[in-house]
Design a protein around this ligand. Structure first.
Ligand code: ATP
Ligand code: MG
Length: 426
């Protein structure tokens, strides 16, 4: 049988990897400028971390988790997202006693058993942040502005930013009553999931993606009309911060992250280029999550961005993240004795930080030249017995044939001076 990838996974091949590396580097850089520190959490956790941290009523937990029993009989789950694991780590490591807010970022793979679609995989990547300890709207604005800075730094135009408030335990019960009233005579015509959501958490019905449910959902009451005065103040505080930072946003009452411990601010960056749902990034405030998972009563807020969807957006905006460090210099040898010398020169060049290539295939002189051409290596240096005898050799810039003669003893320094200067001229 031919071996192949499992459905929903992919290889990221060398011709794509520089896109990922650049996105990862810029994301880390921007997070650090905003005072976030990186955290690395395990790929798998005890299943109850996600059952409690993501919530039993969510599609992620009900249908999408990769859960298995390990050889010790424990129920283990591959992380479907980052927040629950970060919160588990926050509690387990007593981070509640660190100066607040505690600001963390991560770059992870996540696993969800989902139907494959454009922008939807079973193994995918997320960049995310979580900030603990601050309950004001300023930190909500700060993490949104972090995202805007990230988009700007990689050179893509900000996609639509939609924000909403999903209330708090004080105002939500009244809203749930209004929702139940509204759906009471409709739920029997809705999908099986919505029938279950009606009893567990009717707010999640707002998020239903089924065609048959959409017309019912379209006219349903919205949480934003039922906010208590504290939630309204928080939302207008966030709006004020975003406006003063010149960040464009729209209030979209249909955004729901219907978990009991999600509170107030929710937001999404949405695009038309990344598949059916179009969400590149989703975030929200979870003031009760840490407590629900057994920690202190500490508010939190975070987001997760789908890296695949972000890269799709960058590509569709025609933004090149290309930044590959090319191999700069090819050392071509003309004889057996020169080969030995070339090998040592390459070692010296690389130790000095200069990227170079030597023949590793036993190629003839002509074949080495052809290989260097094919790779588009911009500088070439030919070493034969004459060069070894004189201790001098020429570095040639392939694009126009300009050459400079260098002493082999001073090779790393002289090569880098010539290549840097002539690259600048170009
Ligand atoms: P969706 O509505 O698209 O299913 P979600 O609400 O399940 O998204 P979150 O849990 O908020 O997604 O995850 C944050 C981000 O991770 C999403 O906005 C998206 O960019 C990305 N993401 C989620 N699921 C997948 C997946 N299966 N494949 C690729 N990216 C994903
Ligand atoms: Mg999903």
């Amino acid at each position: 049988m031919k071996l192949c990838l499992p459905k929903g996974t992919k290889d990221i091949l060398p011709d794509q990897i520089h896109l990922w590396q650049k996105a990862e580097r810029v994301f880390a850089e921007v997070c650090e400028q905003y005072g976030f520190s990186e955290i690395r959490i395990p790929t798998f956790e005890h299943t109850d971390v996600f059952e409690r941290g993501v919530g039993n009523a969510t599609d992620v937990v009900r249908k999408e988790m990769y859960t298995f029993e390990d050889k010790g009989g424990r129920s283990i789950t591959l992380r479907p997202e980052g927040t629950a694991g970060v919160v588990r780590s926050f509690i387990e490591n007593g981070m509640g006693s660190l100066p607040s807010p505690v600001k963390l970022f991560y770059n992870i793979t996540a696993f969800r058993y989902e139907k494959m679609q454009k922008g939807r995989y079973r193994e995918f990547h997320q960049f995310g942040v979580e900030a603990f300890g601050s309950s004001g709207p300023e930190i909500d604005a700060e993490i949104i502005s972090l995202l805007c800075t990230f988009f700007e730094r990689v050179g893509i135009a900000q996609t639509r930013l939609c924000i909403n408030s999903i209330g708090c335990p004080a105002c939500r019960p009244t809203y749930h009553v209004a929702l139940k009233d509204y759906f009471a005579d409709k739920v029997s015509d809705m999908c099986e999931d919505c029938k279950a959501r009606y009893d567990i958490n009717p707010q999640r019905m707002i998020d239903c993606k089924e065609e048959r449910c959409k017309p019912f959902v379209a006219n349903a009451p919205r949480q934003i009309e039922y906010l208590c005065s504290d939630c309204r103040t928080h939302l207008s505080g966030l709006e004020k911060c975003l406006s003063s930072l010149d960040i464009k946003y729209k209030i979209d009452p249909s955004i729901v992250r219907g978990l009991d411990y999600y509170t107030r601010t929710v937001f999404e960056f949405v695009s038309d280029h990344v598949g059916t749902q179009g969400t590149i990034c989703g975030g929200g405030r979870y003031d009760r999550l840490v407590e629900t998972m057994g920690g202190p009563s500490v508010p939190g807020i975070g987001f997760a961005m789908g890296v695949e969807r972000f890269l799709m957006e960058a590509a569709s905006q025609g933004v090149s993240l290309a930044e590959r460090v090319p191999v700069n210099l090819c050392l071509v040898h003309m004889s057996e004795s020169a080969y030995d010398q070339v090998f040592r020169l390459a070692h010296r060049l690389r130790r000095a930080g200069i990227a170079c290539e030597v023949d590793l295939m036993g190629r003839s002189f002509r074949a080495q030249m052809k290989y260097a051409n094919k790779l588009g290596i911009p500088y070439m240096m030919v070493i034969g017995d004459d060069e070894i005898a004189s201790g001098m050799a020429k570095i040639k810039r392939m694009i126009d044939g300009i050459e400079v003669e260098v002493r082999l003893d001073d090779l790393p320094e002289q090569a880098s001076i010539f290549m840097n200067e002539s690259t600048k001229e170009n």
